[in-house]
Design a protein around this ligand. Structure first.
Ligand code: UTP
Length: 295
C-alpha cells in the first residue's frame, strides 16, 4: 500500500472565538509557551514522515508563511551567541519537509480549505492536521498522524481519529456514526457509516468526535467538488466524508494522546499550562505559582 507523504494543514479560518486577538494575528501563530501553535502541528507531521506540507493560509495570515522562512539577522545572532539550539526544530523542518503555501481566498469552510490543496496533492493519499489542534506524544512514540498513516498503509482505506466526548460536548464536533453508541475501544478501527456535523445531543449517532486528524484517499476531492454549502453556508468536510464513506472504506480509530484545542480560549490556556509543566525550565516555578494561587 502507498506511503502517505503529503499533508494539508488548513490555517485560513477566521478564528472568531479568539477575537479581538485574531483581528491581526492568526490564531495559529498564538504561542503555546514559546512556539506558535502551527509549529507543533508541523512538527507532528514531520515526525510522522510527511515530506510535503500544504499549508492553507488566507488573508492576513502571511505571518504563518513567513515563520518558516529564514530570518537572517536574528538567526545569525543566535548562532554567534551559541544559542543555536533554539533553532533546532526550525532547521530540522527546513531540511526534512517542503512547505507549500496555497491561499484560500475566502474562508468558505474546512471542506473548501482542503479542496484548495488539490493541485498540490494530485491523486495521492494525504493527511489532514487542523492548524489549531495540537497533540503531545511522548518522545519516540508514534504520534496520531503516524498512527493513521500506518493504518492507511495497512488497509488502503481512509482513516480518521476519533475521541470519546461527553454528551454535552457533541455539538462542538463532527460526530461519527459507527453503528453503535457505546464507547467501546476503537483502537482496531470501526467502519464509518456517516458523520453528523455538530449535532444536538439528542441527535448524535455516538459519542465519538473527530478532533482534527485524518488520512484520506484523493477521491474525496470529487466529493468536495460536488457538495453544496451546508451548515453556516460553509463547504463542510463532514458532507464530503459522508459521500466518501457511502462508496468506499473509511475507518475510525481511537488513539491515546494528549490533545488540546488551541483555537478555543480554555483549550489554549490548558495547552500553555500543560506544555509549561513538561518543561524543566518552567515546571517548578509554575507549580509554585499555581499552588500559591489556589491556597
Ligand atoms: P475552525 O472552525 O476551528 O476555525 O476550523 P475557525 O473558523 O477559524 O474558528 P472560529 O470558530 O471562527 O474561532 C478548524 C481549522 O480549519 C481552518 C482553521 O484555520 C482551523 O485551523 N479553516 C477553517 C480554514 O482553513 N478555512 C476555513 O474556511 C475554515
Amino acid at each position: 500500500m502507498k506511503k502517505v507523504t503529503k499533508a494539508i494543514i488548513p490555517a485560513a479560518g477566521l478564528g472568531t472565538r479568539f477575537f479581538p486577538a485574531t483581528k491581526t494575528i492568526p490564531k495559529e501563530m498564538l504561542p503555546i509557551v514559546d512556539k506558535p501553535t502551527i509549529l507543533y502541528v508541523v512538527e507532528e507531521a514531520m515526525r510522522a514522515g510527511i515530506e510535503d506540507i500544504i499549508l492553507i493560509a488566507g488573508r492576513g495570515k502571511h505571518s504563518i508563511e513567513d515563520f518558516f522562512d529564514i530570518s537572517y539577522e536574528v538567526e545569525d545572532r543566535l548562532v554567534k551567541e551559541g544559542k543555536e539550539s533554539i533553532l533546532e526544530s526550525l532547521n530540522e523542518i527546513r531540511s526534512k519537509v517542503n512547505i507549500i503555501s496555497i491561499r484560500q481566498k475566502s474562508a468558505l469552510g474546512l471542506g473548501h480549505a482542503i479542496y484548495c490543496a488539490k493541485p498540490a496533492i494530485g491523486s495521492e493519499p494525504f493527511a489532514v492536521l487542523l492548524g489549531d489542534e495540537i497533540t503531545i506524544t511522548e518522545n519516540n512514540k508514534p504520534n496520531v498522524t503516524a498512527f493513521l498513516t500506518g493504518k492507511y498503509a495497512q488497509t488502503g482505506a481512509s482513516s480518521v481519529w476519533v475521541l470519546p466526548v461527553e454528551k454535552k460536548d457533541v455539538s462542538k464536533y463532527g460526530i461519527v456514526n459507527v453503528g453503535e453508541n457505546s464507547i467501546a475501544d476503537l483502537s482496531n478501527g470501526k467502519k464509518v457509516l456517516g458523520v453528523v456535523e455538530k449535532p444536538k445531543a439528542e441527535l448524535a449517532p455516538s459519542l465519538w468526535a473527530l478532533p482534527g486528524r485524518y488520512v484520506f484517499n484523493a477521491e474525496i476531492f470529487k466529493d468536495l467538488e460536488n457538495i453544496a454549502p451546508g451548515k453556516n453556508g460553509e463547504i463542510q468536510l463532514s458532507d464530503a466524508m459522508n459521500m466518501l464513506a457511502a462508496r468506499s472504506a473509511m475507518n475510525a480509530y481511537s488513539f491515546q494522546t494528549r490533545r488540546f484545542d488551541a483555537g478555543d480560549k480554555l483549550g489554549f490556556l490548558i495547552a500553555n499550562i500543560e506544555v509549561a509543566l513538561d518543561r524543566p525550565d518552567l515546571k517548578n516555578d509554575l507549580l509554585d505559582y499555581l499552588k500559591n494561587r489556589i491556597n
